[in-house]
Ligand binder design. Structure first.
Ligand code: PLP
Length: 420
């Protein structure tokens, strides 16, 4: 499969790892000098950059080819004479960008026609409020599957006056897995079931979506949207900030069954009703235009990797390499997550100290700090765990290259050799 190609001829060479593991990527653009004429000399001179291996949890890595395309089109989007950032959101040019992003998502996520695709602002966090505001039916509770920090945030909002039940929780096992089928007790008359498909902080992921009969599922897919094929029809509403798998921060994707969006009271503030954004094709007010443009480019990049089936394969390969490294470390590294619930997106693990004890029973914070420090110095950025849980967390979102995981696992073996 070919990468998303920048529009002009250019080449970039991966020169390989330096002694510290830093990958140097040099760009030799073949742009002609006159192409830069409208740019002042102070802004257009950089032709080489150092790029690290980026394991940040979001915002996170973007594909190099997408960044190159953005750079290429930054000053003059396809002959329009202006940057996407400078375009009116009412212009035909932006309307085509908006439509292309939606079309790309519809194609790759196989979104049926009875679902709307809208681009909002406010991140996944705003959806913890908008979903109940729009989808709750009088006297019918929200059933919540509680699996960690992000469902806790949803719960905090539900507690502000919305009828709800905790239909399952894995808190007693410290969120080291998602609930099993027989642990979920749903109410047949719930307004909807809220769940989080991938728990970014705890490193867990559903590998099968629970059956909820006729009750719609509201899924927080912030950290695994577009990482694997999935059946949109299993969900009533899906939301995700773009900043992990689909682009930069600033735009939140909402996929909602159109009939469910009609549940909302028409007296809700106009801007908080999904139906407003559906009707206006995300152009009710000024949308995050540049971020939507990048989402469109990301769908082209997904295409160039064989769609979501190809992306899934790539993600599985990356995750396997990392989990295998952890599991074969004789306890020097330890992933606390049960195997069936392990996330392909966020791999969490603990590190042992130099005392020969196991990371499972005696994780060593000093060692973990040192791991993060040495990894960063070697160009492997973003490995420390979330501040609330500690340990390490490596995010393997779509744009993280297999080579990045190879470099990381090689670093891990070295780190163990020196200390284990
Ligand atoms: C699973 C999950 N839900 C919700 C959020 C909140 O998203 P945002 O920061 O876009 O509001 C995050 C952010 O990391 C997340 O990982």
């Amino acid at each position: 499969m070919s990468e998303l190609q920048p529009r002009s001829t250019r080449c970039h060479d991966i020169l390989g790892c330096s002694g510290e593991g830093v990958v140097r990527i040099a760009y030799n653009t073949r742009r002609h000098r006159e192409e830069f004429q409208i740019v002042s000399s102070s802004t257009a001179s950089a032709t080489s950059v150092n790029r690290v291996f980026n394991f940040n949890a979001g915002p996170s890595a973007l594909p190099l080819s997408v960044l190159e395309r953005i750079r290429e089109e930054l000053l003059d989007w396809r002959g329009s004479g202006m940057s996407v950032m400078e375009m009116s959101h009412r212009s035909p040019e932006f309307e085509s960008i908006n439509a292309a992003a939606e079309t790309g998502l519809r194609k790759h996520l196989a979104i049926p026609d009875d679902y709307a695709v809208i681009f909002l602002q406010g991140g996944g966090s705003t959806q913890f409020t908008l979903a109940p505001m729009n989808l709750c039916l009088p006297g019918k509770p929200v059933d919540l599957l509680h699996t960690g920090t992000w469902t806790a945030k949803a719960l905090t909002e539900l507690k502000k006056g919305i009828a709800h039940r905790i239909a399952a929780t894995t808190e007693p096992v410290k969120f080291t897995r998602v609930p099993r089928k027989d642990e979920i007790s749903l109410s047949p008359d719930a307004s909807y079931v809220h769940l989080c498909t991938n728990n970014t902080i705890e490193g867990t992921q559903y590998h099968a979506i629970p059956e909820t009969a006729e009750v719609p599922i509201v899924a927080d897919m912030s950290s695994d949207i577009a990482s694997r094929p999935f059946d949109v029809k299993k969900f009533g509403l899906i939301f995700a900030g773009a900043q992990k798998n689909l682009g930069p921060s600033g735009v939140t994707l909402v996929i909602v069954r159109k009939d469910l969006a009609e549940r909302a009271d028409k007296n809700l503030p106009t801007i908080f009703q999904y139906r407003t954004h559906i009707k206006e094709k995300s152009l009710y007010h000024t949308p995050p235009t540049f971020a939507i443009y990048i989402v469109g480019l990301m769908t082209e990049w997904i295409e160039s990797h064989g769609g979501l089936a190809g992306i899934q394969k790539r993600n599985e390969t990356k995750a396997k390499l990392l989990y295998d490294t952890i599991d074969s470390s004789n306890g020097f590294y330890h992933c606390p997550v049960e195997k069936d619930s392990r996330s392909l997106m966020n791999v969490v693990f603990r590190v042992a100290g130099i005392n020969g004890q196991s990371a499972a029973t005696n994780p060593d914070e000093a060692s973990e700090k040192e791991f993060g420090k040495q990894a960063a110095a070697a160009g492997l950025v973003g490995t420390p765990g979330h501040r609330s849980v500690g340990g390490m967390r490596v995010s393997l979102y779509n744009a993280v290259e297999p080579a990045a995981v190879e470099a990381l696992t090689s670093f891990m073996r070295d780190f163990q050799r020196k200390r284990g």
